[in-house]
Ligand binder design. Structure first.
Ligand SMILES: NC(=O)c1ccc[n+]([C@@H]2O[C@H](COP(=O)([O-])OP(=O)(O)OC[C@H]3O[C@@H](n4cnc5c(N)ncnc54)[C@H](O)[C@@H]3O)[C@@H](O)[C@H]2O)c1
Length: 254
């Protein structure tokens, strides 16, 4: 199916690794011009090289999503380079440490909330400014099953992703009449550096899989999230807004 994304401009935060990188490559595969963004320059530049190697168009803009000036510069830089902002994937995120709530350090709470929740809010704020001018746009936020259910040891992460869930619904309602759609993806375990880092808190791979145990007995590959993000951004989904798409091997069906 032609998703109609040829020549569209897609901007992806946290695309120097994992789900973001796979999504940047998937957008390029559909003919979109891609702005790769990350706090990590080396990872972002690697994603650009991967896209260029498959014949796609991409550029890198460094951005720390928790910093307002960086996010404003990212949106401005995207429009200066490619003329518009058609699709935005607000995906940058961190897991924080794994600890029970009384032991969870306050500075770590602030770090997780600032990147995962304030970061998505800042991205929405400045992306929307541009999309309102255009009268069109599609945004996908990365929430998580942790934005739908609780997970012991992950208080800051769950609170941040629950916030992303509610931001998604709220902003979708605010702009439903303005040609701008806002959705979220809610993955369970995905094989990325993030899950490898979480794995260090568990004694065995089996313990980690237990935390992430889905009825489909494996983790997702980043490409399995990427395909759905690209699909949600396509105009073939012109009636889909405010939805929280679980991509979780059946986890939340249990
Ligand atoms: N991997 C999973 O199992 C899983 C499940 C559900 C949701 N998620 C979410 O998916 C998103 C991507 O995670 P991933 O698994 O690909 O992890 P990852 O660690 O592979 O990639 C995350 C990227 O975000 C970047 N980043 C971190 N802080 C940033 C900041 N302040 N500003 C800009 N970029 C920053 C990192 O440099 C990295 O490139 C995150 O929001 C994560 O919470 C992941």
């Amino acid at each position: 199916m032609d998703l109609g994304l040829t020549g569209k401009v897609a901007m992806i935060t946290g695309s120097g690794s994992g789900i973001g990188r796979a999504t940047a490559v998937a957008f390029a595969g559909e003919g979109a011009k891609v702005v790769v963004s990350d706090i990590d320059v080396a990872g972002g530049e690697q994603t650009v090289r991967t896209i260029v190697d498959i014949g796609g168009e991409a550029t890198f803009i460094q951005c720390d999503v928790s910093k307002s000036a960086d996010v404003q510069a990212l949106v401005k830089g995207t429009v200066a380079k490619y003329g518009s902002l058609d699709c935005a994937f607000n995906n940058a995120g961190i897991e924080g440490i794994v600890a029970l709530t009384p032991e969870y350090p306050e500075d770590e709470w602030d770090r997780v909330i600032n990147v995962n929740l304030k970061g998505v809010w800042l991205c929405l704020k400045y992306e929307l400014e541009q999309m309102i001018k255009q009268g069109s746009g599609a945004i996908v936020n990365t929430s998580s099953i942790a934005g739908l259910i609780g997970q012991a040891g992950f208080s800051a992460y769950c609170a941040s992703k629950g916030g992303v869930t509610q931001l998604t619904r709220t902003v979708a309602l605010e702009y439903a009449k303005s040609g701008i759609r806002v959705n979220a993806v809610c993955p369970a375990g995905v094989e990325t550096p993030l899950t490898q880092r979480i794995g260090k808190y568990y004694e065995t791979h089996a313990d980690l899989l237990n935390l992430l145990a889905s009825p489909i007995p494996r983790m997702a590959q980043p490409e399995e999230i990427a395909r759905n993000v690209v699909w949600l951004c396509s105009d073939v989904n012109g009636y889909v807004t405010g939805t929280l798409m679980t991509i979780d091997g059946g986890f939340t069906a249990q």
